[in-house]
Design a protein around this ligand. Structure first.
Ligand SMILES: [Zn+2]
Length: 307
């Protein structure tokens, strides 16, 4: 079986937006593949991520292993620390409409990526809702309509964030790591916005592991598609849209050769929501993943339907 692969492209930084997005668009266009882009539209405070070194196990090792300064550039690493964080959406207002005009889905990846990633669980619900509303306001200003999709920065989601997505009428979220679409539950509360999790490891998680090379990553993704279930892969505009653009092109070329069907997450969400009763609820748990610093929100086992 050729398999189905949804490409979820996260854009975290100004560099990723202004340089990574056009580069990825060109490669996607050359292979006639449509993807789902998720944009962080507020300030680029990437430099603050450096301070995770002092707080988070695994960050320093990951910085070294992935050669973050080479990936992100020295200037990006100063944003929000030595330099003020520039506004990402405003820096290239034509880009998001261009993505949509080219047939890609355009959703939100938060407002201030670093604030969400580092502080989501400490922010009061109204501040979480405000992060989403600010992102939505910027998006609406650029696109003339609100976004239907939200992908949480750093795969961090909470009852507050999922409740805010429901209140702000999002069609679906892609906030977690998991296996199949579900309705996220927090304790006894099952939230109402569909979740389409990322199912595959990312390139930056695998790089450098046991001598894993970028081409091994492509083989791993294609092998997972043989299992029959649709898969969702998260791509980073700063990684696959930067130094690993060649490997991303190879993934698309090899996928196309094998007849892989690339899909946009929003199309799958609409398909699934035709029969919401068939979608299970599952708890959201906080887990460590190999190759990733800190914890991420993950899909737990399915919950029994209420009797
Ligand atoms: Zn991100």
């Amino acid at each position: 079986m050729a398999g189905r692969l949804g490409l979820k492209i996260d854009v975290d930084t100004l560099e990723g937006f202004c340089k990574g997005v056009p580069a990825l668009m060109e490669v996607l266009d050359a292979h006639q593949v449509k993807a789902s882009f998720f944009l962080a539209l507020g300030p680029d405070n990437s430099g603050r991520a450096i301070f995770r070194i002092f707080r988070q196990r695994g960050f320093l090792e990951k910085m070294w292993r992935t050669r973050a300064p080479a990936l992100y550039g020295f200037k990006t690493m100063c944003y929000g620390t030595l330099l003020p964080g520039p506004q990402i959406g405003a820096a290239a207002p034509h880009l998001a409409p261009r993505l949509a005009a080219a047939g890609h889905e355009v959703g939100l990846h938060g407002y201030d990526h670093v604030r969400w990633h580092d502080h989501l669980f400490h922010l009061p619900p109204e501040k979480v809702a405000r992060e989403i509303a600010q992102a939505q306001k910027t998006y609406t200003g650029l696109m003339g309509r609100p976004a239907a999709a939200f992908a949480a920065p750093g795969w961090q989601c909470s009852l507050s964030s999922r409740t805010a997505l429901a209140a702000q009428n999002f069609l679906y979220g892609s906030d977690t790591r998991g296996a199949t679409p579900y309705f996220p539950a927090f304790g006894s509360r099952v939230t109402s916005v569909l979740e389409i999790p990322t199912t595959l490891p990312t390139l930056d998680e695998l790089l450098g592991f046991h001598g894993c090379r970028p081409q091994d990553f492509t083989s791993l993704v294609l092998a997972r598609l043989d299992r029959g279930l649709p898969q969702v892969l998260t791509i980073h505009a700063e990684v696959e849209g930067g130094p690993f653009l060649g490997e991303f092109a190879r993934l698309l070329a090899r996928g196309r050769e094998r007849g892989v069907e690339f899909f946009r997450l929003g199309d799958w969400a609409r398909e699934l929501l035709q029969a919401p009763e068939a979608i299970p609820a599952a708890a959201v748990t906080s887990q460590r993943l190999p190759g990733r610093a800190g914890r991420v929100s993950c899909q737990g086992p399915p919950e029994a339907p209420p009797s």
